[in-house]
Structure formats: structure tokens, C-alpha cells
Unconditional design. Structure first.
Length: 173
């Protein structure tokens, strides 16, 4: 008779245990879902606050690329005298100062975009230095002419980086 009572007790407890396990399973699923929802809402709010900062960073880097485009740089920075070496250093210094002024923007843009911008800056400096090493260049004005004629043959390094920025900003929408 004792065995019968134990079996009877187990038969009564079995549905309660199964119901408790099912309730525990659904409660854990619900808790996990709520936690995910909360994380999503926090992330969404952070994105909403960060988007203006990111757009501003892309704007500043686009302005940087426009300012270091050789054609615009040569119009803005005129040679102080006819010394080509001094003019080369002046142009490079302007590019480096512009870049240093915008260094903090890298935290708001992707690493790939930052690397492309950095490569465009370095390629522009190399273009200036390569033009200065040309044997036909004997003055600052001749250096300007040589740089501009090089740009007629190929696009400025900053134009490719600017296109990449536009593409990346387009993906934000």
C-alpha cells in the first residue's frame, strides 16, 4: 500500500513538475527577449545621438580632402619667393597642418575610410615631392605648373578618397 501511495503521489507531482519546467523555459525566453529589446533600444538611442557627430566628421574630412586637392591648394597657397624647395615645404606643411587639425575625426569614421584619407594625404605629398624632383623644375612657379600638368593626366588622390566618403555616408541612410 505504501508503494501505491508513492506512485499516486508521483502521478500527482509529475504534471506539476512538467508545468513548472515549461513555465521556467518560457520565463527564461521572455527574460532573454526583454534583455535583447532593452539592448536594442539603448543602441538605437546611442546611434541617434552619434549620427550627427559621424556626419560632421565625414563633412570635415571631405573639407580636408577638398582643401588638400593640389589644384585648390596651389591657388590658396602662393609661393613666398621663387625657391622651389621652400615652396614644397610650405605646401607639405599646409597639408600636414590641415591633417593634424582633423586627427580627432578618426574616432567617428571607419578605419578603412581613415586609411584611405591618410593614403590620399600621403599621395598628395608624394605628388608634390615628385614634381619638385623633376629636372625641369627650377622655380616655385614651375613647380606649380608641373603639379597642375600632372593633374591633367590623372585625377587628384583626394578625389578617390572623397568618392569613398560619399559612398560610406550613403550607406548610413
Amino acid at each position: 500500500m505504501n508503494e501505491e501511495r508513492v506512485v499516486e503521489l508521483l502521478l500527482y507531482l509529475l504534471p506539476a513538475i512538467v508545468t513548472g519546467l515549461i513555465a521556467l523555459y518560457f520565463f527564461r525566453g521572455h527574460t532573454k527577449n526583454e534583455e535583447g529589446r532593452r539592448r536594442f533600444l539603448i543602441h538605437k538611442e546611442a546611434q541617434k545621438n552619434a549620427l550627427p557627430l559621424r556626419l560632421q566628421a565625414y563633412e570635415r574630412m571631405a573639407l580636408f580632402l577638398e582643401r588638400i586637392a593640389p589644384a585648390k591648394l596651389l591657388l590658396r597657397v602662393s609661393p613666398p619667393n621663387s625657391d622651389k624647395e621652400e615652396y614644397e615645404q610650405l605646401l607639405v606643411r599646409h597639408i600636414e597642418n590641415e591633417f593634424d587639425h582633423n586627427l580627432a575625426q578618426q574616432i567617428y569614421i571607419s578605419d578603412e575610410c581613415w586609411n584611405i584619407i591618410n593614403a590620399a594625404k600621403n599621395a598628395t605629398i608624394q605628388l608634390i615631392r615628385k614634381s619638385n624632383r623633376n629636372e625641369e623644375v627650377d622655380s616655385a612657379d614651375k613647380l606649380r605648373e608641373t603639379i597642375l600638368s600632372d593633374l591633367l593626366e590623372r585625377p587628384a588622390p583626394s578625389s578617390a578618397a572623397l568618392s569613398y566618403i560619399k559612398q560610406e555616408v550613403g550607406e548610413l541612410w
